[in-house]
Design a protein around this ligand. Structure first.
Ligand SMILES: Cc1cc2nc3c(=O)[nH]c(=O)nc-3n(C[C@H](O)[C@H](O)[C@H](O)COP(=O)(O)OP(=O)(O)OC[C@H]3O[C@@H](n4cnc5c(N)ncnc54)[C@H](O)[C@@H]3O)c2cc1C
Length: 382
C-alpha cells in the first residue's frame, strides 16, 4: 500500500540513499559485524552525502528538511540490515539535544562536525546499577570553579567506542529531592582527561554496532559543556525520548518487512514433498497473518510520524507503538526463521541475524514493560 506520509521528494531521496547504501554500506556489513564496529570512513561518507542530519538546521550544515528524510535513512539502513554506522543514535537521538538545548558555541563545536560525520555522538544514560530507573543515576558532575568534575560509569552505550563526544546524564545536585531534579546533561569530549572507554561488549545481535562501557574518573570538563540548564536534564530527556522510541518503531517495521520479503521469496523456491513450501496452507496463512500485522503496525507508526512532525505530544501513543512494533518484530523474525527450517538457524542465512537483532528492540530505549507503565499511567492507573 502506498504510504501517505512521504512526498515525491522523500521518495527521490530514498532512491538516492538506497544507491548509496548498496554501494558504500552493504558490501562492508559482514566485515563490520565481524569487527564489532564500522570503519570511520563510513561516517564521513554518510556526512558527505548529506545523510546525517537532514533534519538539522542549515546554518550548521544540515539540510533543514523535515524529520521524514531522517526516517527514510533509518528505514533503508534497517531494511539493509546495516546496524553500523549507528546513524539513528547519532542523528535522531543525540543531535536533537544539541539543536534544541545547545548554546551557539556548542552547536558550532559539535553539531557542525556531527553533521559532516567528523564527530560521532553517543548518549550515556544507563549505568551498571541503573537502567529503567533513570532518575537514580549515580554518575556525578560536581561544579568546581569553571569546570565540572565527572565521576561514574556507564554501560551498554551505543557508539561508545566510535564517539568523539558523549552526552553524559549525571547528577549535578546529588541531594536534590525528588532525585530527578538533580540531573543535568554534560557534553564530554572523547579525549577529555579522565574519560576512558571500557570493552566493546560482545552481544547476541546488532553485531556491527559498537556498544561499550564508559568510565569517568575525575574527568574535568569546562562548565560551558553543560547542555541547557542545571537540574533540567531529566525534563530534557523526557522531551526527547518520544523521538527515540518512535525511531525504534520505525526500525522495527523496516526490519519486519525485510524478514517477510526474504521469507516470501524463500517460500517460493524451497521445495518439500515435491512442491514449493509456499504452497502449503500453513505457510500461506502464517505469511498472510504476518503481512497483515505489518500493514497494521506501519499504519500506526505512519500516523504517529505525521503527528510527531506536526509537533504533537504523543508520548503515550509512541509508547504503545514502541512495545507493539518491537514485539511484532520478535514474532515476525521467529515465525519467518521457522519457515527457513534448519537453514534459518545458520549464520549464512540473514534471517538468523534478524532473529538475534530483534531481541534488543524490546529492551533498549526504555523496556517494553516501562512502555506499559507509561501507558497505564496515562490511563490513570498507578
Ligand atoms: C545493544 C544495546 C544498546 C544500548 N544503547 C544504549 C545507549 O546508547 N545509551 C544508554 O544510555 N543505554 C543504552 N542501552 C541500555 C538500555 O537502554 C537498558 O538496557 C534498558 O533501559 C534497560 O535497563 P537495564 O538493562 O538496566 O534493565 P533493568 O532496568 O534492570 O530491568 C530489568 C527487567 O526489569 C524490568 N523492570 C524494571 N523496572 C520495572 C517496572 N517499574 N515495572 C515492570 N518491570 C520493570 C525491565 O522491564 C526488565 O525486564 C543499550 C542496551 C543495549 C542492550
Amino acid at each position: 500500500m502506498r504510504r501517505e506520509i512521504f512526498s515525491d521528494e522523500h521518495e527521490h531521496f530514498r532512491a538516492e540513499f538506497r544507491r548509496f547504501v548498496d554501494a558504500e554500506i552493504v558490501p562492508h556489513v559482514a566485515e563490520w559485524n565481524e569487527n564489532g564496529i564500522c570503519d570511520r570512513s563510513a561516517w564521513r561518507k554518510m556526512g558527505k552525502g548529506g545523510y546525517l542530519g537532514a533534519n538539522a538546521p542549515e546554518e550548521y550544515g544540515g539540510a533543514g528538511a523535515d524529520f521524514l528524510f531522517d526516517v527514510v535513512v533509518m528505514e533503508e539502513l534497517a531494511y539493509s540490515r546495516a546496524h553500523a554506522p549507528q546513524a539513528s543514535v547519532h542523528t535522531d537521538i543525540c543531535m536533537p539535544y544539541l539543536t534544541s538545548f545547545g548554546s551557539k558555541a556548542q552547536k558550532e563545536k559539535y553539531l557542525t562536525r556531527a553533521i559532516s560525520g567528523e564527530c560521532v555522538l553517543a548518549i550515556a544514560m544507563t549505568e551498571p546499577g541503573t537502567g529503567s530507573d533513570l532518575a537514580n543515576v549515580q554518575t556525578r558532575a560536581i561544579r568546581d570553579g569553571d569546570e565540572y568534575v565527572v565521576n561514574g560509569s556507564k554501560t551498554f552505550i551505543s557508539n561508545g567506542q566510535s564517539c568523539d563526544a558523549v552526552i553524559v546524564v549525571a547528577k549535578t545536585d546529588p541531594e536534590a529531592s525528588p532525585p530527578h531534579r538533580g540531573i543535568s546533561l554534560i557534553m564530554v569530549d572523547g579525549d577529555a582527561p579522565g574519560f576512558e572507554r571500557g570493552r566493546n561488549l560482545k552481544k547476541l545481535g546488532l553485531k556491527g554496532q559498537d556498544t561499550s562501557e564508559l568510565f569517568f574518573k575525575d574527568c574535568r570538563v569546562p562548565a560551558n559543556n553543560l547542555l541547557g540548564q542545571e537540574g533540567q536534564g531529566f525534563k530534557m530527556l523526557m522531551e526527547k525520548l518520544q523521538q527515540e522510541r518512535l525511531c525504534i518503531g520505525v526500525g522495527s517495521m523496516a526490519s519486519c518487512r525485510r524478514s517477510l520479503d526474504d521469507t516470501v521469496a524463500y517460500a517460493k523456491e524451497r521445495k518439500a514433498f515435491g512442491q514449493p513450501i509456499g504452497q502449503f496452507q500453513n505457510t500461506q496463512f502464517k505469511l498472510a497473518e504476518l503481512a497483515s500485522q505489518i500493514e497494521i503496525g506501519q499504519a500506526f507508526v505512519d500516523k504517529l510520524l505525521a503527528a510527531h512532525v506536526r509537533g504533537e505530544e504523543i508520548v503515550a501513543e509512541v509508547s504503545m507503538a514502541k512495545w507493539w512494533t518491537t514485539d511484532l518484530q520478535r514474532r515476525v523474525s521467529a515465525e519467518c526463521l521457522q519457515l527457513f527450517g534448519g537453514y534459518g538457524f545458520m549464520d549464512e542465512y540473514p534471517i538468523s541475524q534478524d532473529y538475534a537483532d530483534a531481541a534488543v528492540q524490546t529492551i533498549y530505549g526504555g523496556t517494553n514493560e516501562i512502555m506499559k507503565v507509561i501507558i497505564a499511567r496515562k490511563l490513570g492507573l498507578g
